[in-house]
Design a protein around this ligand. Structure first.
Ligand SMILES: [Cu+2]
Length: 139
């Protein structure tokens, strides 16, 4: 009996610790993470959608917490695109993505502002200069 309650207290403490820092909305605080069966599953590999088209790049979350993310790009346009994430002196770059194709980058992000853009230049011109660029913040 003693071991069991000790273990329960320990896993509760772990669940709270796992959520600290990424879950600071007041609404979630009242639930105290009591019913979270998989402690790290939802925090560590959040997917951020990055639709690409002529001529824009959208990042589905403008503000994220530090950590590792899957940036999942979908080429919704009619030309080949690609995407590159740059910030804090680091960069991650996808291969060219044909129309209808997808690509995923998995950067580990630290505090700062990052730029996401299309590095392709073709007969249409420089895609970044045509508007395929956006930014997001890690805070
Ligand atoms: Cu492009």
């Amino acid at each position: 009996m003693r071991t069991t309650s000790k273990l329960a207290a320990l896993s509760l403490a772990f669940a709270l610790a796992a959520c600290a820092g990424t879950d600071d909305s007041a609404a979630n605080d009242t639930q105290a993470g009591l019913a979270t069966p998989a402690p790290t599953a939802t925090h560590d590999t959040a997917v951020i959608e990055v639709p690409l088209t002529e001529w824009s790049v959208v990042v589905s979350q403008g503000v994220v917490s530090p950590g590792t993310f899957n940036f999942h790009a979908m080429n919704q346009g009619t030309y080949t695109h690609a995407f590159e994430i740059e910030g804090n002196g680091q960069e991650w770059k996808s291969d060219p993505i044909p129309p209808g194709g997808t690509a995923t980058l998995t950067p580990t992000l630290t505090l700062g502002t990052y730029t996401v853009y299309c590095p392709i230049t073709d007969s249409q011109g420089n895609h970044r200069q045509k508007g395929m660029s956006t930014t997001f913040t890690v805070q």
